[in-house]
Design a protein around this ligand. Sequence first.
Ligand code: NAD
Length: 238
Amino acid sequence: MQKVALVTGSTSGIGAATVRRFAADGFQVVVHSRSSREAGLALASELGGTYLQADLSQEDQAAGLVPAVLDAHGRLDVLVNNAGISWPVPHADLDGLSAADWRRLLEVNLIAPWLLCTAALPALRDAQGAIVNVTSHAGVRPKGSSIAYAASKAALNHVTKLLAAALGPGVRVNAVAPGLVDTPLTADWTEAQELWKTVSPMGRAAQPADVADLIAMIAAHQYLTGEVILLDGGLNLR
Ligand code: NAD
């Protein structure tokens, strides 16, 4: 029976590269987005998969996504919590982040992945499956587009380890923590682009396919669990 992978936020950037990679690996893929329905339907049809729309900042929609996958496919082998939001706020500008900003970032970047993990657990147990959370190097070191964003990703890194400890051996849980990746989210982050070009050992930002390759490797690995794998082209070494 064909394995099924759900990748949230998969009509652009890292998510789109990840569904392409899973489809190439023989998975039935579920493409998801908040709003870009046309792009989602087109990508799902190209890959022979399904498209589902859900705003993950809304609790009922986040909780309903996995049941919709199970209705369509009857199983779930891999859940990739990729959808996320981020916008630049200088770390010293404490007034630049309101309580509403904090709630918005935590809703999408932390609470929605939790709701998806919760809903997916029985199916993942049946499949001896895997969860891969897409976090950020900003959740590992004191960096990133804003303090609230970095805190949301640090929290998801910790949840990754706690869940891995709680859910083994039936379900493996890991995170990929990318540095800068060339996606629509970072198209105008010129300072960061310059940093990765001039300082990182790899001399460039990651491409979405670089991240997708690691996500697919992690999902396939039958022993790896509880790891947060930094994928920053070695920037942290310099
Ligand atoms: P992107 O903007 O191309 O993708 C983000 C996806 O999240 C989009 O598909 C969007 O529809 C989805 N999304 C956002 N809010 C949503 C909501 N309320 N409901 C449902 N879906 C929602 O950006 P990307 O760079 O591919 O980001 C993917 C992930 O990688 C994010 O979690 C991001 O934080 C993380 N990340 C990105 C970088 C980078 O440099 N691009 C670095 C580290 C981590």
